[in-house]
Design a protein around this ligand. Structure first.
Ligand code: FES
Ligand code: FES
Length: 212
């Protein structure tokens, strides 16, 4: 690269300088704060996050790498939501965020500042079960139960998706009234794996709640 203003710089030098500047901007000193408020000196970047979980507001100071799943289980001690694969492949960690289901292991808590979360603990209690929980009990929709919180959260959100007319891969009529058929429910629940193979009973439980 040609010399200007009395100094020379190579193309490689420009690239390195640019990269360093970008990295520096991403890791602003104000973000590198330890739990006690002191500069972290290379420690984790912390961020304030406010979440409303099952109607209760929580203000948290979290490592920006913390997933929503770990926030629930490790920080809020809501262990109903399960960790299966931690890679978005099993659905055990399914919760609802602002009414829509997501895999909480795939989402960072800092992405949900101000959001409303519903976990299995927020759907019902042992003395006052949600209709979907009652139906799972009635139809034996589980064996070991590890996948069950995710299955139930997913099932509740699935019926809501059908009610709203959101199509799935197997929806044949995109303009007519959507019906909670066995095929619709199985397709929509395909992201929730049950190692015990309780699928048929889960579909029966969902059908009862859907009134199908
Ligand atoms: S633990 Fe989240 S999908 Fe398996
Ligand atoms: S009930 Fe055991 S994994 Fe589903």
């Amino acid at each position: 690269m040609q010399e200007e203003h009395g100094f020379s710089i190579s193309r490689r030098g420009v690239l390195l300088t640019g990269t360093a500047a970008t990295a520096g901007a991403a890791l602003r000193p104000s973000r590198l704060v330890a739990r006690d408020g002191a500069p972290a000196k290379g420690g984790p970047a912390m961020e304030s996050v406010t979440l409303t979980v099952n109607g209760q507001r929580h203000e948290l100071e979290l490592d920006t790498r913390t997933t929503l799943l770990d926030t629930l289980r490790e920080h809020l001690k809501l262990t109903g939501t399960k960790k299966g694969c931690d890679h978005g492949q099993c659905g055990a960690c399914t919760i609802m965020v602002n009414g829509a289901r997501i895999n909480s292991c795939l989402s960072l808590a800092v992405m949900h500042d101000g959001d409303e979360l519903t976990t299995i603990e927020g759907l019902g209690t042992p003395d006052d079960l949600h209709p979907m929980q009652e139906a799972f009990v009635k139809h034996d929709g589980y064996q070991c139960g590890y996948c069950t919180p995710g299955q139930i959260c997913s099932a509740v959100a699935t019926l809501e998706e059908i009610r709203k007319g959101i199509p799935s891969h197997v929806t044949e009529d995109l303009t007519g009234t959507m019906r909670p058929t066995n095929m619709e429910m199985r397709e929509r629940m395909s992201g929730n794996i049950c190692r015990c193979g309780a699928y048929s009973n889960i579909a029966d439980a969902m059908s009862e709640v859907a009134g199908a």
